[in-house]
Design a protein around this ligand. Structure first.
Ligand code: FES
Length: 101
């Protein structure tokens, strides 16, 4: 699986991932700036905010209520904002792109 993280300024970080990892784990392992993952994926820190591009939204289950509640209050949040720790990568996420807010 390859996951590309894209900043608002147009910088990109290409990463390799395996199914079962979260997008947060992948970003942290590749030192993608802005994704800190302070809480280790327990939905307590919201330092893993990403925006899912329109075309990839159907690839993920919609957020649980807890996640949606947290994301709502983040800077730069939109209706495609997610916590990267809750985005589990699956084999069909072959060429995923995620935007950094
Ligand atoms: Fe803390 Fe996602 S890593 S909320």
């Amino acid at each position: 699986i390859s996951v590309t993280f894209r900043s608002a300024g147009g910088d990109t970080w290409h990463t390799d991932a395996v199914a079962g990892q979260s997008a947060m784990e992948v970003a942290v392992r590749h030192n993608v700036p802005g994704i800190i993952g302070e809480c280790g994926g327990t939905m307590a820190c919201a330092t893993c905010h990403v925006v899912v591009p329109e075309e990839f939204v159907p690839d993920f289950d919609p957020p649980e209520v807890d996640e949606a509640d947290m994301v709502e209050f983040l800077d730069g949040a939109c209706d495609r904002s997610r916590l990267a720790c809750q985005l589990k990568l699956a084999p069909d996420h072959a060429d995923l792109v995620l935007d950094l807010p």
